[in-house]
Design a protein. Structure first.
Length: 185
């Protein structure tokens, strides 16, 4: 008798947990999406850019008599190529919220077989082109927005547009960026 009542109690607890998880998923799905702040011009129309979150891998290195050698972090974006294709002089529309336009930069990624890798794990170590009047044609837009176009054409390859002042989204130091691809001729 005791075993069947324990089974019923356990089943009731499991069903209650499943019910609560189902309700939380519905509530999360109904949360409003944050308003996009970065767009790309496609055929004269502003199209919101898709965000992508980096992934971090830690290469352990070697332990030689208690000293670790060769340990490093690799930060990458999954996928062989971005789904957002542009020409060599893409036009971005940026509405900075808690930052300035100068906090944004372009970084060229290194292509691998199935992912795109940042040159270095830390953004400040990567060679980047900061959005400023020396490198970009910048026009003011209504509602505190800016139209931004590089003065020089970008080389074919994979790029990200990133806010350099953002706080990492997890303890590994992953970042959120806007990826795009400049196809070769």
């Amino acid at each position: 008798m005791k075993s069947s009542s324990m089974i019923k109690k356990t089943l009731l607890q499991i069903l209650s947990l499943i019910f609560l998880l189902g309700i939380s998923n519905v509530a999360y799905a109904q949360m409003p999406e944050p308003e996009p702040t970065v767009f790309i011009m496609v055929n004269g129309n502003q199209t919101p850019m898709r965000t992508i979150t980096s992934q971090t891998e830690e290469k352990k290195g070697w332990d030689i008599q208690g000293i670790t050698v060769g340990k490093k972090l690799i930060r990458y974006f999954w996928g062989k190529q971005s789904k957002q294709l542009t020409d060599q002089k893409p036009c971005f529309v940026i509405y900075p919220k808690e930052c300035t336009l100068n906090d944004y930069a372009l970084i060229r990624l290194n292509k691998r077989r199935d992912h795109r890798r940042l040159p270095y794990a830390e953004l400040n170590e990567c060679g980047y082109t900061r959005i400023n009047i020396d490198s970009f044609v910048i026009e003011n837009l209504p509602d505190m927005g800016f139209s931004v176009r590089p003065k020089e054409g970008l080389f074919p390859g994979e790029y990200i547009l990133v806010n350099l002042k953002q706080t990492p989204c997890n303890e590994s130091g992953d970042i959120v960026a806007y990826d795009f691809s400049v196809p070769g001729k």
